[in-house]
Design a protein around this ligand. Structure first.
Ligand code: PMP
Length: 299
């Protein structure tokens, strides 16, 4: 398993709605919209000693998702930031921290789907945990291709960062059964979409390639990697990529707030080029770490 229980999280404080509570009391109602239908939006945010990484970009995306889902009361940016900072301060957290920020449509009058049953307002949850990057970025990961397709705008637009994660969880289960670290998901046309929890990039002949953000989350790390590559004069192409191109790639890696930049060393039993030759991956990884310091909000 990539993640393990960390003792330091045994007695953390969690923000729920408008206050901090002890971990053991950090609960939502059985009538909460997240329980009833995965009717919530979320963000995963990393905290470095320089501050909270890409905070405004994460809040922008959360607001966009909540607006797309017609939430009637989205907390103000000031409220969200204050809740995050208070939580981090209360837990004495400064580095090696991951925040799971959730905005639920809130509690319902009775069980059901209809958002008009939500009479009590939305609920913001700030779950900050001690969590170093979850992948071993020196070793990298081994992936398999899942038969579960990543949602396209034809069904459930992957640009909404919602809590209905079954699509990705089914893919992850296939990876688990196959003894792989993560699952690659294709789009409806058979092109690469992303992995179950990260975006995907490949390198071929010194060109960096990534799928259009049509059937994948428009990842914040993804966007920063594209910016980093352009700053370094590395040619970048956003285009359809087939599995054959991945199998014969020089390098491949995943990106996301959980694990930053994670090399992929094997796909469907095919070994990618030797990790030591992963030039562009390590150049981008180093440059990304430098650039990321400019995107931290102090608290
Ligand atoms: N894809 C999926 C499906 C994700 O859940 C995430 C992270 N929440 C990502 C990609 C990476 O996005 P980001 O770089 O914004 O963390």
């Amino acid at each position: 398993m990539l993640q393990k229980y960390d003792d330091r999280n045994a007695s953390i404080k969690v923000w729920i709605k408008d206050k901090l509570v002890d971990r053991k009391d950090a609960k939502v109602s059985v009538f909460d919209s997240t329980v009833q239908g995965g009717d919530a939006v979320w963000e995963g945010i990393r905290v470095y000693k320089q501050g909270v990484f890409c905070l405004d970009l994460h809040i922008d995306r959360m607001e966009d998702s909540a607006r797309a889902m017609a939430f009637s009361d989205i907390p103000s940016r000031e409220f969200i930031k204050n809740a995050i900072f208070e939580t981090l301060r209360a837990n004495g957290m400064i580095d090696d921290v991951h925040i799971r920020l959730t905005l639920s449509r809130g509690e319902k009058l009775t069980s059901g789907m209809d958002p008009r049953l939500n009479a009590f307002g939305s609920i913001l949850i700030v779950l900050a945990e001690w969590k170093p990057p979850v992948y071993d970025n020196d070793k990298g990961i081994k992936i398999i291709t899942s038969t579960i397709r990543r949602n396209s705008p034809m069904n459930l637009d992957s640009k909404i960062h919602h809590n209905n994660l079954i699509n990705n969880i089914l893919a992850k289960i296939q990876a688990n059964h196959a003894g792989a670290d993560d699952a690659l998901m294709l789009d409806n046309y058979g092109f690469l979409a992303e992995m179950n929890g990260t975006n995907i990039f490949i390198v071929k002949d010194k060109v960096l390639l990534t799928p259009h953000a049509d059937a994948c989350l428009h990842g914040i790390t993804r966007a920063l990697i594209i910016e980093t590559a352009k700053n370094l004069d590395i040619q970048v192409q956003e285009r359809n990529i087939s599995l054959t191109e991945l199998y014969s790639a020089d390098e491949a890696f995943g990106t996301g707030s959980m694990g930053e930049l994670t090399p992929i060393y094997e796909v469907d039993g095919r070994r990618l080029s030797d990790r030591r030759k992963n030039n562009i991956t390590s150049i981008l990884s180093d440059a990304f770490h430098e650039l990321s310091l400019n995107y931290c909000t102090k608290f």
